[in-house]
Ligand binder design. Sequence first.
Ligand code: GLU
Length: 414
Amino acid sequence: MAENLNLLTSTQNVIKTALDKLGYEESVYELLKEPMRILEVRIPVKMDDGKTKVFTGFRAQHNDAVGPTKGGIRFHPEVNREEVMALSMWMTLKCGIVELPYGGAKGGIICDPREMSMREIEQLSRGYVRAISQIVGPNKDIPAPDVFTNSQIMAWMFDEYSKIDEFNSPGFITGKPIVLGGSQGRDKATAQGVTICIYEAAKKRGLDIKDARVVIQGFGNAGSFLAKILYDAGAKIVGISDAYGALHDPNGLDIEYLLDRRDSFGTVTTLFDEKITNKELLELDCDILVPAAISNQITAENASDIKASIVVEAANGPTTSEATKILTERGILLVPDVLASAGGVTVSYFEWVQNNQGYYWTPEEVDEKLTKKLVDAFENVYNVATTRNIDMRLAAYMVGARRTAEASRFRGWV
Ligand code: GLU
């Protein structure tokens, strides 16, 4: 809980500093410091044992001055109101950074899908949509996948919403299976966005990806896709980890083999005896470090021991604010989460555009458009950071918050 309050407070602090630097008055911060709307719902589900269990869910809509709100829905036992609030604000920042015509939103249900049957998950997904149906819609608020939700869950939610709406509404939700109007490339979009940021950062540091030594913390969806993409590009992945430990080989790990042995939750290190700890992994000698697991991994305690010259945050909030300061002072190029993880929502936007026009793009078209969006966003944030002599996180927040602040001003809200 304390950590989540921190997540909200630290997000608010950076937004405040960003708006101050941009010269906005206090009222803009007052408007943006919390979501405009938060709905809390109770969802009864008849479980497989015949008993009814009542779940709690949330949907937070941060600000819709720019356009409809957008953001994923997570199914997790630790979901709570403050976390959903903070994450909806991050979505505003991400959409602002990649210039999507959206504000931010986030949803969540307190549950553990790992302990539920497919039927129970389906009932919960449909119940959630019924409960929030009045505040969502293709032109109001567009959900998507997030932690422990996937294209099947999106399909059930889309179906439920279409029943309520009485016609097919593919633009209501993104991250759908391709056959139901999903976009090419949505599944690997987040990892691809991180990869594009890695390439751009490497260019800035004069580093060739081909021989770069990379450490990836986490072997889940983002981490494993990323390991594969960089491995295929000729990088040496010298360390990877999961929740149980880390593997290290200074000559490069055999990623194909590890991917083959990985289970669906991203566990692989349990198969090996020679392991190092996650702490040791972060401090390994390498060029690029990608924290792709959980929050608060690089802190004031270990920031001085990081050897990488580039850190790209594929996880949410892996670096504390003190650590951000230390890394920046040490000349390490830190690409913040709100920029590095914006690939997912970018392809979600492409999916929504394709749904609206009823005309679908090839994988190559999606790829090209995603690359352009992310490269431009990286350049923009990097330029703000260098010209203003501030860290990349603050620069990203400035770029991200500006559109919503401006739109709110034009609308006469502040
Ligand atoms: N849940 C993802 C995120 O947090 C994707 C959101 C979306 O596609 O709308 O960025």
